[in-house]
Design a protein around this ligand. Structure first.
Ligand code: CTP
Ligand code: MG
Length: 220
């Protein structure tokens, strides 16, 4: 089974602020995007890596990815799902792992679990339980929400490539924030595997600071 990693890096990082899109920010000597690419490229079951970048970000991406075998860079679109669609149109193979460039640390054990699950299934995603108390937001605290019925869904997410392409071709809802939503919408079963706290997405400046601390702790 040829597995391609499709890494979407075409966002503007508006919630992180600071001008430079977060995937190009340096983290421990290399960019966030380079971390995400290296983590997946190092896995023995991943045969190729495709990176989707923003229009006009060619120079930034080439610098960030210098020396890495990622083939040609694909230009993404306005929403994350547009970027994923652009990537899907450019790749081949039996299976795809769709991953956010904003998640720099992907433990190989997560990829192992996803690909084992994909042996029998069309789709598999990493999930974590919700630890905090949850409630409906409003002017004051609204109704509590039963967290035992909720899970957090991370990337990378693993799919049989033809099934994901088929699911996207039939999707007519609002722009989805991940592919499990699309595949489930098409009626496919999505298998769950254990996620990992290291896969946390870098969304805000505080997330970035935590990732820097985590790297420093790893190196000392
Ligand atoms: N992404 C993308 N194309 C877009 C929007 C997002 O490829 N049009 C990618 C981002 O680069 C990121 C991942 O999708 O790796 C998850 O998106 P998110 O965390 O929302 O990143 P941004 O959209 O860049 O950030 P923000 O929403 O704060 O602007
Ligand atoms: Mg976004």
């Amino acid at each position: 089974m040829h597995v391609t990693a499709l890494i979407v890096a075409a966002g503007s990082g508006s919630r992180m602020g600071d001008g430079l899109p977060k995937q190009y920010r340096p983290l421990g000597g290399k960019s966030v995007l380079a971390h995400a690419v290296d983590a997946l490229a190092a896995h023995p079951r991943i045969g190729s890596v495709c990176v989707v970048i923003g229009k006009g970000q060619e120079q930034l991406a080439e610098t960030a990815l210098s020396g890495r075998d990622v083939g040609s860079l694909i230009v993404g679109g306005a929403e994350r799902a547009d970027s994923v669609r652009a990537g899907l149109a450019a790749i081949q193979g039996d299976a795809v792992l769709v991953h956010d460039a904003a998640r720099p640390f992907c433990p190989p054990s997560v990829v192992d679990r996803l690909l084992i699950a994909l042996g029998d299934e069309v789709a598999a995603v990493p999930t974590l339980p919700v630890a905090d108390t949850l409630a409906i937001a409003g002017a004051d605290l609204g109704e509590p929400v039963d967290r035992s019925s909720l899970i957090r869904v991370q990337t990378p997410q693993a799919f049989r490539l033809p099934s994901l392409i088929d699911a996207y071709s039939r999707w007519s809802g609002p722009s989805p924030t991940d592919e499990s939503t699309v595949v489930r919408g098409a009626g496919f079963k999505v298998a769950l595997v254990d996620g990992d706290p290291a896969l946390e997405k870098l969304t805000t400046a505080a997330d970035f600071a935590r990732a820097e601390q985590m790297l420093t702790a790893r190196l000392t």
